[in-house]
Write a protein that binds this ligand. Structure first.
Ligand SMILES: [Zn+2]
Length: 137
């Protein structure tokens, strides 16, 4: 088995409503998202010798991740939601039905990318250079 990994970076803010640490406060990260696809190599054609064209993987990651780039992600039931939308506008806020932790983001983005990419083996979300969460189907 051979795999390829595409890496994509976005800037995004988040906050965790019920967290007792620093992540309760609104703040941002440069998220690094790595998607790994495994599978046989194409025997012929434009993708001969490839699992998947890197550009094709990047396009699918962009389809998912561009909607989060330079936006603020927070749980729909966070009591600060109304004030955030009033201050920054609905277009700046991405509401979620779960706390926007690296784990939940990895699971959500993994499912979305998997819906468009065959052979997706993992999605790794780096919240900081030292902290990451990994989703596997
Ligand atoms: Zn954070």
């Amino acid at each position: 088995v051979i795999g390829i990994t595409g890496r994509y970076e976005i800037d995004m803010g988040h906050c965790l409503a019920d967290h007792r640490g620093k992540c309760h406060r609104p703040h941002g990260h440069r998220y690094v998202v790595e998607a790994t696809v495994v599978g046989p190599l194409h025997p012929a054609g434009s993708e001969a010798g490839m699992v998947l064209d890197f550009a094709g993987l990047r396009d699918q990651m962009a389809w998912v991740l561009d909607g989060y780039d330079h936006r603020f992600v927070m749980a729909r039931d966070d009591e600060r939601m109304g004030a955030a939308v009033a201050a920054f506008g609905g277009d700046a806020i991405v509401p979620t039905s779960w706390p926007p932790t690296a784990e939940n983001l990895a699971a959500w983005w993994g499912q979305l990318i998997a819906s468009r990419v065959d052979g997706l083996a993992s999605v790794v979300v780096h919240e900081t250079p030292n902290c990451r969460a990994t989703w596997r189907p």
